[in-house]
Design a protein around this ligand. Structure first.
Ligand code: UDP
Length: 329
């Protein structure tokens, strides 16, 4: 059985569904502070609780034979992390320490970790590969890098195996239209544009148009949530297949294509067939100008290939928002 923390969240719920489709038994542990019970695949066992709660973890590890842990549960908003850093060190670092301690006690040795491109900070290279030095500029990125550092140390001292996946910007929804992105309040670019185009807000805010990029707005690399999920399953199978050998790897999960905020608004307008009103706002604290992945390592080692391009990614998101204008409510 695979334990998925945060399996009721946006990314976790897609991975749980894909795991179940591939025949894995899945146990979801989620405290539902931001996740949605309706997003959890019915084939998974669900337990409500914190990812680092020792009592809950003991109950799970005593009852089920857990082969690997996929750890999605985290706070993950750059802007919020600048305003409330302690929340990030508590929810991301402290909770993960407790989870790793319990895994250690119960000899569970395989771990897939949700990391982030925010660990790189402001890279001086247009595409980012895993060898680039890390220098996060916000508490969110710092909290994730702290965990990567811990994982490396644990793997050096023990037969502990892990893969950390550094996500770029995750977007889109499941092709069924049954699960998708539903944050309240929503801070992410694509859902905000689409919800504006549906008439939910009067305008879309652009956080800064004076960056050192061709059109002045921030450039990000958007990856479809199902392509991201496929990367997790490949990583899990790599870990489980290579059981006898030490695995301590970091992979970027991105599409190698940068899209600016203005380009994204334009693409969403095309998909939705509606015109956006934009409002230029000051920069959001903690935002680097450009983050674009090299995914060569993931392609080479795990044989990963994305299926979705940016347009089809937006189309799946639009389909989800059309079918679920109130998210999971
Ligand atoms: N952004 C924006 N307006 C919004 C939401 C986001 O201009 O309503 C910008 C944000 O400043 C960043 C990019 O869009 O440059 C992607 O932001 P998002 O919050 O989606 O992801 P992040 O890169 O912070 O993980």
């Amino acid at each position: 059985m695979i334990l998925v923390t945060g399996g009721a969240g946006y990314i976790g719920s897609h991975v749980v569904r894909d795991l179940a489709d591939r025949g894995y038994s899945v146990l979801v542990l989620d405290n539902l502070t931001t996740g949605h019970i309706a997003a959890v695949d019915k084939r998974a066992i669900f337990i409500q609780g914190d990812a680092g709660d020792p009592k809950v973890l003991e109950r799970i590890f005593n009852k089920y034979s857990i082969q690997a842990v996929m750890h999605f549960a985290a706070s993950c908003l750059v802007g919020e992390s600048v305003i409330n850093p302690l929340k990030y060190f508590q929810n991301n670092v402290a909770e993960t320490v407790r989870l790793l301690q319990k895994m250690n006690e119960y000899h569970i040795k395989h771990f897939i970790f949700s990391s982030t491109c925010a660990t790189y900070g402001i890279p001086n290279q247009s595409t980012i590969d895993e060898k680039l030095p890390t220098n996060p500029i916000n508490p969110y990125g710092k909290s994730k890098l702290m965990i990567e550092t811990m994982l490396k140390s644990i793997s050096e001292s023990d037969d502990f195996n892990y893969i950390a996946l550094r996500y770029f910007n995750v977007a889109g929804a499941h092709k069924s239209g049954e699960i998708g992105e539903a944050h309240e309040p929503e801070t992410h670019l694509i859902p905000n544009i689409l919800r504006h185009l549906q008439g939910e807000f009067p305008y879309i805010e652009i956080f800064g148009n004076g960056y050192t990029t061709p059109d002045g707005t921030c450039i990000r690399d958007y990856i479809h949530v199902s392509d991201l999920s496929a990367g997790h399953i490949l990583a899990l199978e790599y870990l489980l297949k290579n059981k006898g050998q030490k695995t301590a790897e970091i992979f970027n999960l991105g599409n190698e294509r940068g899209v600016s905020v203005l380009e994204m608004i334009n693409l969403c307008e095309q998909v939705a067939g509606a015109k956006a009103n934009v409002k230029i706002q000051p920069r959001r604290k903690g935002d680097p100008p450009q983050l674009v992945a090299s995914s060569q390592k993931l392609r080479g080692v795990l044989g990963w290939e994305p299926i979705y391009d940016i347009k089809s990614t937006i189309e799946t998101a639009w389909n989800w928002h059309q079918k679920h204008p109130n998210g999971y409510k």
